[in-house]
Structures are given as C-alpha cells and as structure tokens.
Design a protein around this ligand. Sequence first.
Ligand code: FAD
Length: 512
Amino acid sequence: MRNTRARNAPLKDIVIVGGGTAGWMTAALLSKLLSRHYVIRLVESDEIGTIGVGEATIPSIRTFLQLAGIDQVEMIKATQATFKLGIEFVDWRDLGTSYIHGFGKIGQDMLWLHPHQLWLKMTAKGQARHFDHYALNCMAARKNRFCPPDPRQTGSPLADIDYAFHFDASLFAAFLRKESEKRGVERIEGHILSAERDGESGLLSRLLLADGRTIAGDLFIDCSGMRGLLIGDILGVGYEDWGHWLPCNRAFAVPSESAPVLTPYTRSTARPAGWQWRIPLQHRTGNGIVFSSDHWSDDEAAAALLANLDGKALGEPRLVRFRPGMRARSWDRNVVAIGLASGFLEPLESTSIHLIQTAILRLVALFPGTAFNPTDIAEYNRQTAFEYCDVRDFIIAHYKVTDREDTAFWRYVKHMEVPDSLAERLALFRDSARFFVHGKAELFREESWVQVLIGQGLDMHYDPMVDMIPEAEVANHLRDIEEVIADVAERMPRHEDFIARQCRAPAILATG
Ligand code: FAD
C-alpha cells in the first residue's frame, strides 16, 4: 500500500473542497477542535452551488452543535428551524395506514421485558391500542406538542424525550460558514479544474483553479458533493451501487407556503413509485418526492408532488439525480471524502447529515500525525462501511416489510432479495421480536427497529418469556403506560407556542 506520507513533517495545511452542508460542518468542527494547530481553508464555487436540500436531522445533531460550540437557540433563529420528534410514515404499510417512528424511549420495561413484547401479546388479543400510544415522542407529535427533556423529572417520560431539528439547508451552511470564519477558516471562492499529485507517493499536492491559482495542502477533505471531485475523478476510487435494493434514484424538491399548524415531525407519505417528504420550517414548508425512474417518469413524479402540497408552491420543482450507495473507500491516500462525495442513502430516515458528523469525528479520532498510516486509513474505511451498511439495512426494511402490492414498484420492493444481514435480523424479529446490537457504531437501536417493523406490519411473535407473567399484570402495565403518556403529552406546550416563546426566527421572505 502506498498510503504513507512522503515527508516526515507535521501535517499543517487542511484544505476542504466544497461549501455545502458537509464542507461547512467539517470546517466548523475542525476549526473548533484543531484550529490552533492547523491552517484550514475551504474552497467552493458559487457558480456550481450546493445541492440545497437536506433539512431534516436526527438527535445526534445536538451533539454536533455542542462539540462545535454552537448555541442551539442561535442556530434555530438563524436557520428558521423547528423541532422534530420523529417521522410519520403514511401509507407505507398499506393505503390508509400511519405510524410514527419517534426518537426517544418507548414506555416502561416490565422486569427485563421491553414494552413491545407486552404489546405484541395483548394486541393479538385485541387488547392494545395503536403502538404510537406507548411512546411520548409519538403522542406529543400526534398532538403537535413539544418541550425538551427535563432530566429532573426522574421516572416521568418527560425525562426521556429526544428531539432533533428541521432547518433550512442553505441557511444552515451560511450559519456554519460565519461561525467557521470567526474561528479563522479561510474561504476561497473558485472553480477547481483538477489537482496535482506527488509522483512518488501518489499523494495529492495541490488544487488547480480555473483562474490559474493553485492551492497546496497536506490533507484534502473532499466535500464536493455527488461527483466526488477528488476521491472519484482524481483518485479513481469506485462506487458501490445499491440500486437493486434501493430503486429510488431521483427526487424533486419544492418549497411551499407554511401550513397553518407547525407540526413537530417530518411526514413521509408513500406514493406509487416512491415517497413524498414534508418538512415544516418557521418560514416555509420543505417538500419533495423521491422516486424510481424505472417506475415513474419525471413528469409523473413532479405532478404527484405538486398535487399533494398543503400550501402554495413557492417555485418550480427542482430535479436531483442520485445513485444510492457508497464509495469503495472514503479515505484514500491524503483525501478523505465526507458527505455526498462519500456516498448517499435516500433521506427516508434523515441520516446523511448524521453520517457527515460521524465521518468528521472518525477523522479526528484517527487524525494523521506526520504520516498517513495505512492501518488508520483501513480502520476509518472499515467503520465507514459498517455505518453505511447498517443505515442501508434499516432503510431497505421500510420497503421490504409492507403489505402494499398495488403498483409494480411496491411489488418489486416487497419481493426483492435483501442483504443477509437484514434477512437475519428480520428472522429474529419474526420469531421472538428480539433485537441484538451488532456493533457500537450502530445508529438505529431497538426502539427504532421495533416502531418501524410494527408500523410496517411485520408478522412477529412475542418473546415466550412474556407468558411467564400473569396476563392481567401485562394488561395493567400497558394501560398504565398509555395513561401516563396521554396525560403528559396533553400537558406539554404546543410546538408553535414553544417556538414563539423560546426561539422565534426573524421573518424572512421564503422563495423557491
Ligand atoms: P453539496 O451540497 O452538493 O456541496 C458540494 C460543494 O462542492 C458545493 O459548495 C460546490 O460548489 C462545491 N464544488 C463542487 N465541485 C466543485 C469544483 N469543481 N470547484 C469548486 N467547488 C466545487 N440529509 C439529511 O440528513 N436529511 C435530509 O432530510 C436530507 N434530504 C435530502 C433530500 C434529497 C433529495 C437529497 C438528494 C439529499 C438529502 N440529504 C438529506 C442529504 C444532504 O442534502 C447532504 O448530505 C448534504 O447537503 C451534504 O451535501 P454535500 O455538502 O456533500 O454536497
């Protein structure tokens, strides 16, 4: 392997290529953690622009803000953000169905048994309500309520609320840019045409810009978006395509006027050849449709999107093409690809921004000293692949586990072969609804899998240990959970009122 650094001097110059969400998140975090020791520059091209989507997050975003030294309220006001308690999935199991994948805890365990085990037994007997009733995040979302967790309320579900944000992607990048520049990151406007490599080591040495400037660096972080300018075009690292498991490969996005009620959750509605998102922000609603070009034409998808907005469209739908999958290696020589340059999984569970964040932290954990150590690089790539495959399986499960067979798209995904790792996990769930963590870096834990698989209608048998407990006790335990959650959710503030009191953003004109 020729991944070792040629010279034995400490690494000094970090060059980030790209100023989308990935580029500026990287700049913000590295400038907070490393800026005293490194020169950090970011090159971006206004003419090329950013992808301009990516507005729903998951709770780990709060860790990013904390590590990057960013105040939540300031970020909310600057990006027109709202709070997110989870995602509502409409028509996914079948037409007319709905469930919420909420963040946070589900109910209360009974001995060592988790609430879904009790629920599976009682629901088979017709003695349990919709599963949403047993998780505070879900019930608060259904009632449009929000408040942050209150750790002082030990024993109350209020201590276990978990939340993320919806924000305007362009405003988020602009906000991070301001923070990064304050900390000394230099932004360079320019169109990169190519790059030079050191003949002996194969390491990238400098970027060549269209206006003749060159930018030298020791470590290059490729945040250039789907094209993967450095990792793909210059270093020739291949791309693993997962289109056979995730046939959606295009999206249209369009903002619309705000709806009368500011919902504290993302909505994902299944459509004949894909699904539609709805993301409420303070100044507008973000909408889009993700679809398979094998099953729908662009015109059909755009028409379905526009026919299903709950406010007036603020512009024309914008088409984005993508390839689900990941780079064969995200770190090669002295180039680390982060964001869309390293791979993309459709935004069904809002995971891309999270994957940017974990990639930056992984790079910090394996940060090179004077040389690019092949074992560090291999470890980085191994962890990245694990994460991508883990998220991939969870997303595929939403398609595979469904009762829908009403269109060619749904028939395909319902009957397709899935990765062995997912098939084994589904088998375990079918037999005894049990879940075991495969690795520390696993993003989606039992609560997530359980909510989605129950919501999608997987035929699961409960853990036989539930039968050791008298049925009346199981029924009482479930009823207690439901009552406490209904009561607490009812007493939480309305999402709009909470925002108005704590973090109302200045009014701005929303455009397409
Ligand atoms: P980009 O935004 O494409 O930025 C690339 C940057 O590189 C730009 O600044 C560009 O100017 C620069 N660049 C490129 N080539 C050159 C060059 N030659 N010279 C100079 N500069 C150059 N993620 C979520 O977490 N939640 C979501 O809800 C979500 N929704 C999504 C919906 C859709 C339809 C899609 C496609 C993605 C979604 N994502 C979502 C993913 C999210 O949008 C991205 O992960 C995120 O925006 C990061 O993009 P990026 O910075 O890698 O790339």
